[in-house]
Design a protein around this ligand. Sequence first.
Ligand code: ACO
Length: 183
Amino acid sequence: LSSYPSYIDLLPSIQTCNITNLPENYFLKYYLYHALTWPQLSFVAVVRPKNGYKSSTAPGGGGIAGDVSGQYPKVVGYVLAKMEEEPTDGVQHGHITSLSVMRTHRRLGIAERLMRMSPNYQERAMAESHRAHYVSLHVRVSNTAALRLYRDTLGFEVEKVESKYYADGEDAYAMHLKLQDQW
Ligand code: ACO
């Protein structure tokens, strides 16, 4: 038994962060599915409540930051990642389902840290545990902040433009980061 909140306790806060920052939203069970199926691939950034903790941590049980007073830490950023279950190209790869950081906590390096977790854990976990050859993601062509993060900071490359990928008709860049070069 533990008085610390588990990742499951944090799911509503992760969902709130997503809803606040992005129009692409998911049912709670989708977050749960990620956590249960690929526990080493997703991370959250939390701020400590008054006397609590401050850390970014894996949802798979690797030390969720908690608050012994019973108040849950607030999620200010998350990356939700998975292995592509039926890759159309037949190549095992990871996929960044969603990434966002609360407006109040942006430009502090949180998104970069989430993506490079402890260090590059996410890429390493995908490459080693799941034999991923690359990581993919989609991003709106108008999303300059995320594009700079992915392309300039993290080294993703634009694979192609997917026309009208989003529900509102906006195109997406399909981006890839090769893993075999790094690991
Ligand atoms: N303008 C230009 N470049 C930016 C910006 C910005 N507003 N924000 C981040 N970057 C780039 C910069 O190169 C930055 O490095 P620098 O600060 O040294 O210049 C680098 O990214 C790292 O920035 P972080 O501080 O780690 O990014 P942050 O924690 O602020 O989060 C994010 C960036 C996730 C894009 C945030 O702005 C956000 O949540 N936006 C709304 C949600 C969103 O667009 N999510 C991505 C959707 S795509 C997907 O989910 C797969």
